[in-house]
Design a protein around this ligand. Structure first.
Ligand SMILES: [Zn+2]
Length: 173
C-alpha cells in the first residue's frame, strides 16, 4: 500500500506568490511532512512539472495519490475526481476523518481546472493512474509552523485510517 503525496506546481510556475509565501515551496514542505507522518504508507513525489509527476506516478502505481495546493479561501477543500465515484466517496470519508482529527474545517468539492467546469476536470485528477484527491489549504495556514505541523499530522492520520479501512478496494485503475 502506497499513498503518494504530490507537491502542486513547480519551480518555474509556483502558483500563488504573496510576500514570503510561495505555493510550490510550501507544497513541497507539506508533502514531506505528510509522507513522513505516514511512515511506510507514504511517499513524497519529487517536485517537478506535472507531466513528470504523472510519469512518476504511473511507474510507481500507488493505490492512492494526493496533491497539495493552497488557496486564498478561508476554508480547506478536498477536491475529488469528478467522474470517479470512489474518489467522491473517499473525499467524503477523508473530510469526516480530518474534521474529527483537526480543529480546522474541511469541505468537499469536485476538482475542476481553475474551479470552472467549462475548463474540464483538473489535469492531475484526470490523469492520475489511481484514485486521487487534491488538498487545498488556506494560504494563512502556512505562516504558523505549529498550525502547519498539526494539520499535516491530522491529514496523515486521516489518510492512514482511510487506508486501513480499505482504500485499495476503491482503486479503479
Ligand atoms: Zn495550486
Amino acid at each position: 500500500m502506497t499513498i503518494a503525496i504530490c507537491p502542486g506546481h513547480h519551480e518555474a510556475k509556483p502558483g500563488i506568490q504573496i510576500a514570503e509565501f510561495n505555493e510550490h515551496i510550501e507544497a513541497v514542505i507539506w508533502a514531506h511532512f505528510i509522507a513522513q507522518d505516514l511512515g511506510n504508507l507514504g511517499l513524497a513525489i519529487p517536485a517537478g512539472v506535472l507531466r513528470d509527476r504523472l510519469t512518476y506516478l504511473h511507474a510507481l502505481h500507488p493505490e492512492f495519490a494526493v496533491e497539495i495546493h493552497f488557496s486564498q479561501a478561508e476554508h480547506f477543500t478536498i477536491k475529488h475526481q469528478c467522474k470517479n465515484a470512489h474518489s467522491v466517496i473517499l473525499a467524503e470519508i477523508l473530510m469526516g476523518l480530518t474534521n474529527g482529527a483537526s480543529s480546522e474545517r474541511f469541505q468537499v468539492a469536485p476538482g475542476y481546472y481553475h474551479d470552472d467546469f467549462a475548463y474540464g476536470e483538473d489535469y492531475f485528477l484526470a490523469k492520475a493512474p489511481c484514485t486521487a484527491l487534491i488538498f487545498e489549504a488556506p494560504v494563512a495556514t502556512a505562516t504558523d509552523p505549529n498550525r502547519r505541523a498539526a494539520l499535516c499530522s491530522a491529514l496523515a492520520s486521516s489518510l492512514a485510517t482511510m487506508a486501513q479501512n480499505g482504500v485499495s478496494q476503491a482503486y479503479q485503475g
